[in-house]
Design a protein around this ligand. Structure first.
Ligand code: LMR
Length: 402
């Protein structure tokens, strides 16, 4: 019955891991997926997560269903981490839901927007993505029934922000558009808005009657400080925006496969919050019924124990610092092997990724000749770079770019 089904391509990011796994080279390096590795190149489980896991096992917790909306205590902790303790927000007006990590939160947001965001001419809402954006964004919103558009963001020449282009595109956007903003550690470019840019974007979003939808998948990875990294979101909230926020705890808690995330929607009243939550439940029930129980319990356990929380914040900072150290070593390594190109952006960009500027052809050579795997757009997951492989990587990058 499915004989006419065309075979589809592998995912642009997760497909890289499949190719890497199949490679027999002892030198192989996976810089595809954004998943943190320690300096030995191994997956890293944070100490407070291990402690929380043991506590949970001792409790012999049950395996019952969570409510469709998820674990309330976890959601309360999650939104407090994002908006801060002193946001001035009336938390009674903030709808929140446990989601299947950041992807699930974005998809739920998309489904909610398609159904209930007041749109013009009966058309679906348009979601504007920065160019470029995370490879999965467009598919998430398209599949949720939204229209997908874009705004200029990255300047290939300066390897920095194209802020003028960004403002112009936002100013010319359809009134009422939804603007997707990466809260920090922009994926894939590592280029973030600074304070004054956030201020200007906030003004334009207000002037155009647009909705700000934040994707915060890397809170902590730009500065090492979770509060500093939430400043864009918090500023929007202070300035009166009714933001929609997708949070992932995959990276900052290292809980990738546990699928821990939260969607929150800031509203004007308790009635609005309750109505939104009621609809989120109606959307989730036929999709996956209710969310998983373990990952959120680990986060809850850590965030309700001051000592564990401090330990977590420290280890989170340590991850950000190790990545920053690798940026410096990679840049120095490239200079050390004699590259005459300017690699300053490797060190300047933020978060887990370096948008290297390597072409698809160079990326292909890296893979075929050196077993170095990265996404075709030249994005390097810096989290996979270690003191052990940085020299090999610098040499390989130099060879394909000279
Ligand atoms: C990435 O961009 O590599 C991560 O967000 C993982 C993913 O799901 O794509």
């Amino acid at each position: 019955r499915f004989s006419a089904t065309p075979r589809g391509p592998e995912d642009a990011i997760l497909g890289i891991t499949l190719a890497y796994n199949a490679d027999q080279s002892p030198h192989k390096v996976n810089l595809g997926v954004g998943a943190y590795r320690d300096d030995a190149g191994l997956p890293f489980v944070l100490t407070p997560v291990r402690i929380a896991e043991k506590r949970l096992a001792q409790d012999e917790h049950h395996m019952e269903y969570l409510p469709v909306i998820g674990n309330r205590t976890f959601c309360d902790k999650a939104v407090a981490l994002a908006y801060g303790q002193h946001s001035g927000l009336d938390m009674g007006c903030v709808a929140r839901m446990q989601t299947l990590s950041g992807t699930g939160a974005l998809r739920m947001a998309g489904e909610l927007m398609t159904r209930f965001l007041s749109v013009r001419n009966g058309q679906a809402p348009v979601v504007l993505l920065p160019r470029p954006s995370w490879a999965n964004h467009a598919a998430i919103f398209r599949d949720a029934g939204c229209r997908v558009g874009g705004y200029r963001y990255y300047d290939e020449d300066t390897k920095g922000l194209d802020f003028e282009g960004c403002l112009r595109d936002l100013e010319e956007a359809e009134e009422g558009s939804v603007v997707l903003l990466h809260a920090c550690a922009h994926n894939p470019t590592g280029v973030d808005f600074g304070e004054s840019e956030w201020g200007r974007v906030s003004e334009v979003v207000r002037e155009k009657g647009m909705v700000a939808l934040f994707d915060m998948a890397y809170q902590g990875f730009t500065s090492g400080d979770l509060d500093v990294d939430a400043e864009g979101v918090r500023r929007f909230v202070r300035e009166g925006h009714r933001v929609i926020l997708a949070q992932s705890f995959s990276k900052n808690f290292g809980l990738y496969g546990q699928r821990v995330g939260c969607l929150s929607v800031v509203g004007d009243s308790v009635e609005e919050k309750e109505a939104v939550e009621s609809q989120l439940k109606i959307i989730a029930r036929p999709m996956y019924s209710n969310p998983p129980i373990v990952g959120v319990r680990l986060v809850e356990e850590i965030l309700k124990d001051e000592k564990l929380e401090i330990m977590w914040r420290e280890e989170m900072k340590g991850m950000a610092e190790r990545i920053q150290g690798m940026r410096k070593m990679l840049r120095e390594g490239l200079e050390g092997v004699g590259s005459r190109l300017d690699w300053g952006h490797v060190e300047k960009q933020n978060g887990m990724f370096c948008y290297s500027g390597l072409t698809a052809q160079q990326v292909d050579r890296l893979r075929r000749e050196f077993s170095v795997y990265l996404t075709a757009n030249g994005r390097i997951s810096m989290a996979g770079v270690t003191t052990g492989n940085v020299g090999y990587l610098a040499d390989a990058m130099h060879r394909v770019t000279k």
